[in-house]
Structure formats: structure tokens, C-alpha cells
Design a protein around this ligand. Structure first.
Ligand SMILES: NC(=O)c1ccc[n+]([C@@H]2O[C@H](COP(=O)([O-])OP(=O)(O)OC[C@H]3O[C@@H](n4cnc5c(N)ncnc54)[C@H](OP(=O)(O)O)[C@@H]3O)[C@@H](O)[C@H]2O)c1
Length: 334
């Protein structure tokens, strides 16, 4: 009996240590218990990964949830799963393809006409390190979907967000933004040799700059905007990378990924926190790494770059904010 006691307690300590280490590395559950009955939430890219789990967490807290996705079969399936798991029936699937300005415009018009309010907009969708693809409107895919699409969407929903104030915009960026640089001479990778990694980093830096400028413009409106690195998670984000496809990394490195990477459920906790936490009321223009506010990369703090990017983005998507009114020709054709 005593022969097994030492190895058994050593094993117990090791398992406990692993669990504690994993919890330390991956962060914990959302520290806020706030609920959101009566609030309407839009989550982009909510059919899988962090977006789906965020939608689930917020449905559990009583919100009316709109899953905004490009693939309606996957979107309906996710909405069904969430309704089934949370017993919240105010969860619906809407079409939104961020690689199409027309689709974004149609989505915004539908929201404006059908929804009384939008309290929380979570700009979550992204594509990472894809081949040199372009969107329907000719933008480099990662810049177009991760940043420009959300830039337009947020602007088109702005009147609704303001009318629902206090309201929140949460932009999913990434730690990868620190390796990014905004090349105003070639935002869409038409002149340089395409580098898919740098294009992802540029798009995520653009998200932080957008958040800063948006927050500045929204001062006094009751709408806040914050950017977030959710942590590194086991999702489908790496679907275009060799690592995701290789048998070596998925089998041999699997245990390390399990140990060091968050589950989508844990990675959704920071988005949930930024969406619901009462203590964050009025906090705006910040960059969060998990639950903690952090200083982003120096370029992300450059107000001149942020203003210039905003102006250039408005030009690229044909947005004339000064003349915009819901549902009426607010985007000029390019
Ligand atoms: N996972 C990480 O380690 C990590 C780390 C840092 C930051 N992030 C950020 O966290 C966010 C969520 O990522 P994730 O890990 O959950 O990735 P994911 O599992 O790949 O999910 C991405 C979502 O974006 C959607 N999407 C892609 N292109 C779209 C388009 N044109 N229109 C509408 N939706 C589109 C995808 O839809 P389909 O399924 O139809 O493609 C999917 O629902 C992203 O912004 C990502 O950059 C993730």
C-alpha cells in the first residue's frame, strides 16, 4: 500500500502542477458575472472558434445574439448549438461576408431596419496567412476582411450604436500587431512581393489604430471602443499555415499545443469580459492582452498614423460619413 503512496502523490502533484501551469498560461474565466438581458450583440465570424464561444457566453448571460457569418449552413448550425446549450432562443444567424462591401452594406441596412438597438459589436472574424487572395472589391484579403470590412461595418452601424449608448465596440486584434507596419504606399500589396505573415500583422496593427481613432472620434457619445489580443488558442485560424496541415505538428506537438494554447472557450473569456464588465464602463481606446490593459506597439500609438489610416480607409471603402444616413446610399460605388 505504502509502496504506491509516493508515486501516486507525485503523479497527483504533477497533474495538479500541469493544470495550474495551463491555467496560468492560458488565463482563467471571465471575472465578471454581469448579465446582459435586453442587450443586442453582434459577433462577426461566430460560426466557429473564439467567435462562436463568445456568442455562447453572451447568450448564456441573456443577450439577444446575432451571429454574422459568411457561410449560412455553418452559421445556422452554430446558432442551433448555442440555442440548444443555453436555452436562449434569441440567437439568430445572419449573412455577412466581410470580403464584400456590398454584403457589409446589405447587412448594415438590415440591422438598421430590423433591430431597435445594437449594444455590443464584436468585430471578431479574421483570416490568417492565406495565399495572395483578394476580396470582391480587390483588397488584399487579410487587410480587407480583418480590418477594412470591420472598419466599414462599424461606421455603418454607428448611428445605431450611438442611439443604444452606453454601447461597446470590441475589435479582435492580436499580439502579432507588434510585428506589423502600415505601408501607406502599398496597403494592398500590389507593389511588393506578397508576404502573408506581414500582411496578417499589418491587418492586426490596423485594427489597433482603428480602435484608437474610433475611440477618439466617439468621445462624449457613450460608445466605447477597445482592442484585444485574446491569447493563443486552438482554433481554425491556422488553417492556411503549414503547421496546421502537417501530421507532425498535429500529432507530435499536439500535447504541447494542448498545454500552452487556450481552448476556444477560454480564449472567448477576454471578449466576454470587455463586452459585459461593469467596471469597464467608459473605458475606451485601450488595448487589452487577455483581461489586462497593455501598452501596444509604438506604431499603434501614433495618432498621425491612425488619422491617416482612417482617411485612407474611408476613401478605399467609399465611405462618406458626413452624408451617411441609415439605408440611404451611404457608400459611394468605387
Ligand atoms: N486563435 C488564436 O490563437 C488567435 C490569436 C490572436 C488573435 N486571434 C483573433 O481572434 C479572432 C478569432 O479567431 P479564431 O482563432 O476564432 O479563428 P477561426 O477559428 O479561424 O475563426 C475565424 C472566423 O472568421 C470567419 N471569417 C473569415 N473570413 C470571413 C469573411 N470574409 N466574412 C465573414 N467571416 C469570415 C470564419 O468563417 P469561416 O469558418 O466561414 O471561414 C470564422 O468564423 C480573429 O480576429 C483572430 O485574428 C486569434
Amino acid at each position: 500500500m505504502n509502496r504506491f503512496l509516493l508515486p501516486a502523490s507525485a503523479l497527483g502533484a504533477a497533474v495538479g502542477g500541469v493544470v495550474l501551469f495551463k491555467d496560468y498560461v492560458t488565463g482563467g474565466l471571465c471575472p465578471s458575472k454581469a448579465t446582459i438581458p435586453g442587450k443586442t450583440v453582434i459577433v462577426t465570424g461566430a460560426n466557429t472558434g473564439i467567435g462562436k464561444q463568445t456568442a455562447l457566453e453572451l447568450a448564456r448571460r441573456g443577450g439577444k445574439i446575432i451571429l454574422a457569418c459568411r457561410d449560412m449552413d455553418k452559421c445556422e448550425a452554430a446558432a442551433r448549438d448555442i440555442r440548444g446549450e443555453t436555452l436562449n432562443h434569441r440567437v439568430s444567424a445572419w449573412h455577412l461576408d466581410l470580403a464584400s462591401l456590398r454584403s457589409i452594406q446589405e447587412f448594415a441596412v438590415k440591422v438598421t431596419e430590423k433591430e431597435e438597438r445594437v449594444d455590443i459589436l464584436i468585430n471578431n472574424a479574421a483570416v490568417m496567412r492565406c495565399p495572395h487572395w483578394t476580396t470582391e472589391d480587390g483588397f488584399e484579403m487579410q487587410f480587407g476582411v480583418n480590418y477594412l470590412g470591420h472598419f466599414l461595418l462599424t461606421n455603418l452601424l454607428m448611428d445605431k450604436l450611438k442611439a443604444s449608448a452606453p454601447s461597446r465596440v470590441i475589435n479582435l486584434s492580436s499580439l502579432a500587431h507588434i510585428a506589423g507596419h502600415i505601408d501607406f504606399d502599398d496597403l494592398n500589396w500590389q507593389k511588393r512581393k506578397y508576404n502573408t505573415k506581414e500582411a496578417y500583422c499589418q491587418s492586426k496593427l490596423a485594427v489597433v489604430l482603428f480602435t484608437k481613432e474610433l475611440s477618439r472620434q466617439l468621445q462624449g457619445t457613450g460608445v466605447t471602443a477597445n482592442a484585444l489580443h485574446p491569447g493563443v488558442a486552438r482554433t481554425e485560424l491556422g488553417r492556411h499555415t503549414g503547421m496546421h496541415k502537417s501530421a507532425f505538428s498535429s500529432s507530435l506537438l499536439g500535447p504541447f499545443f494542448w498545454l500552452l494554447f487556450k481552448s476556444p472557450q477560454l480564449a472567448a473569456q477576454p471578449s466576454t469580459y470587455l463586452a459585459v464588465a461593469e467596471e469597464l464602463e467608459g473605458v475606451s481606446g485601450k488595448y487589452f492582452d487577455g483581461f489586462k490593459e497593455k501598452v501596444p506597439a509604438p506604431e499603434a500609438e501614433d495618432e498621425e498614423v491612425a488619422r491617416r489610416l482612417w482617411a485612407e480607409s474611408a476613401r478605399l471603402v467609399g465611405l462618406d460619413v458626413s452624408h451617411w444616413s441609415p439605408g440611404r446610399g451611404h457608400v459611394q460605388s468605387r
